[in-house]
Design a protein around this ligand. Structure first.
Ligand SMILES: N[C@@H](CCC(=O)N[C@@H](CS)C(=O)NCC(=O)O)C(=O)O
Length: 250
């Protein structure tokens, strides 16, 4: 059996994939760390693996799986270990709704929220080291047409009204998380599932972006309890403690 995960230590989507592996008890995998800060994800050798030039990607016995939510379902289906999908068909359907939201609402809006604070800064560093021309050439090599257009549009920062709307959209989802957590310990009843894994990185990232009050016990008590509980899981601790191998080497 050969299993390789192409990922970046701090990426929300990579955290989803690593959490699924750890929760499933799959430890025998090779790590290929893709340096997003130096745009290694757009290098031709990586685009051969992931045509959209993003992380994560999983290679299992020579076959590639992309898309973090699909990767998580694949891991759950392909390996022995605790089931990460609820038995009940309705709860399982709710889990898939959360997988969809993690991608199309949480990830999409978090990307806009993080841009000015994190990504723009990373671009400035790149410009200081190389030049704006080199950066824009790099951006033009982003293989996904939609993403390329978005990156070019966002190159000078995202307007405040767009960021504010993105914050509102995430807050709407926090309300839905609070509501769903009334049904049980986890997002889809009492079974810990891929829904919990998929939502966690965005709750964490929202806090890191300075919106921790929105996830506080005073504002959303069930969400705060869930956050504390999920962060005690050994699988989650393992997945989130994966650090930048280059940073460790310094
Ligand atoms: N829908 C994809 C999104 C993947 C994605 O956007 N990954 C980010 C990290 S979380 C990435 O590679 N960003 C680098 C870039 O866009 O250049 C998934 O869920 O796997």
């Amino acid at each position: 059996m050969s299993l390789t995960l192409y990922h970046w230590w701090g990426s929300t989507c990579s955290r989803k994939a690593r959490s699924a592996l750890a929760e499933k008890g799959v430890t025998d995998w090779e790590s290929v760390h893709i340096d997003l800060h130096n745009f290694e994800n757009w290098a031709p050798w990586y685009v051969e693996i992931h045509p959209n030039g993003v992380v994560p990607a999983l290679k299992h016995n020579g076959k590639i799986v992309i898309e973090s939510s699909v990767i998580m379902e694949y891991i759950d289906d392909a390996f022995e270990g605790p089931a990460l999908k609820p038995e009940d068909p309705w709860e399982r359907a709710q889990m898939r709704v959360w997988l969809d939201k993690s991608e199309h609402i949480l990830h999409k809006n978090m990307h806009l929220i993080s841009h000015n604070k994190k990504h723009a800064h990373r671009w400035e560093e790149y410009i200081a080291k190389h030049s704006r021309e080199v950066l824009m050439d790099m951006v033009a090599s982003q293989p996904d047409k939609q993403r390329r257009a978005d990156e070019i549009r966002n190159a000078d920062g995202i307007p405040e009204d767009i960021v504010n709307f993105a914050v509102e959209r995430v807050i709407d989802e926090l309300d839905l998380i609070e509501k769903d957590l009334q049904r049980g310990t986890w997002l889809c009843g009492d079974t810990f599932s891929l829904a919990d894994i998929a939502v966690l990185p965005f709750v964490e990232r929202f806090q890191a972006n300075g919106y921790g009050e929105e996830t506080s016990a005073a504002k959303r008590p069930r969400l705060a309890e869930w956050f504390e509980l999920i962060n005690q899981r050994p699988g989650v601790i393992e997945a989130y403690s994966f650090m930048d191998p280059d940073a460790e080497a310094c």
